[in-house]
Design a protein around this ligand. Structure first.
Ligand SMILES: N[C@@H](CCC(=O)N[C@@H](CS)C(=O)NCC(=O)O)C(=O)O
Length: 257
């Protein structure tokens, strides 16, 4: 029995939900309301002491961190694969290329996109919380870096930090565009966990978040790649989870990560 604890199907919550659908694995979907700080509540930190989503529970075995969850699913359910082939290539070179891109997205993309999302949305949410209540909520956050991020969101990220994040995203888009001029998918000839990773963090929302980067004109291969990912039935299924979470709020800006 699989249980998946998640927020809205965006970013990390989307990233491990897509493989569940691609592999056709039935799971119990458990929505964790980040807007109510449920991720730091006692019931949830009893499951994940780091107080973050998503979390996979496989017959009581708790797995956290999306890249780890996605590889776990490959190891635990090797025969459940989409028609396009395994999400982690079976040959060592293909698997290494997939991991290279996962590492790149995890280390050089995710946090930069996240900072802009927080700056635009979380700042407003945090500023609407009264001082004493805010301090109490902060005290419940298990990860020190995450606590710092929530507190910075309240005062606002600096223009220098935001500009630095934008330039890192531009660098990443350029790198992905070049890769897509050589191979149809990030890790080579087939769609893999690397595509799911970049799509979840930097797919549908990138144009709306960074209009100045002029993505549609400067990165046409990324647009084409994004359409191919979006057209996958499993991706559409995962995105539909929005209907079970917060109807009508499928925008990057409604999300806490
Ligand atoms: N490295 C983790 C990051 C998880 C993460 O950042 N989760 C966000 C949601 S996308 C979260 O729980 N944010 C709320 C918080 O930290 O309070 C992963 O890959 O799963």
């Amino acid at each position: 029995m699989l249980k998946y604890y998640h927020a809205e199907p965006l970013a990390n919550s989307l990233k491990s939900m897509v493989p569940l659908h691609e592999k056709g694995l039935p799971y119990e979907s458990i929505y964790v309301d980040l807007h109510k700080f449920e991720q730091h509540s006692d019931w949830f930190t009893a499951i994940n002491p780091e107080g973050q989503v998503p979390v996979l529970d496989h017959d009581g075995v708790i797995i956290t961190h999306t890249t780890v969850i996605n590889e776990y699913l490959e190891d635990a359910f090797p025969d459940a694969q989409p028609e396009s082939g395994p999400l982690r290539p079976r040959n060592p070179e293909g698997a290494a290329r997939m991991r290279y891109w996962n590492k790149f997205v995890d280390e050089h993309v995710m946090n930069h996109v996240s900072m802009h999302g927080w700056h635009r949305m979380i700042r407003v949410i945090t500023q609407n919380i009264e001082e004493g209540t805010f301090e109490e909520l902060m005290a419940r956050i298990p990860l020190p870096d995450q606590r710092k991020k929530w507190m910075t969101a309240r005062s606002g990220f600096s223009e220098a930090d935001l500009a630095n994040a934008t330039s890192k995203i531009d660098y990443a888009l350029d790198k992905v565009e070049k890769q897509l001029s050589q191979t149809p998918w990030l890790a080579g000839a087939t769609y893999t966990l690397a595509d799911i990773n970049f799509y979840s963090h930097c797919g549908a929302m990138v144009e709306r978040m960074f209009p100045d980067l002029d993505v549609a004109t400067r990165y046409p291969r990324i647009i084409d790649w994004r359409e191919r990912v979006t057209a996958r039935p499993a991706v559409a299924e995962a995105l539909k989870a929005e209907d079970r979470t917060m109807p009508g709020l499928r925008t990057w800006s409604g999300h806490v990560r």
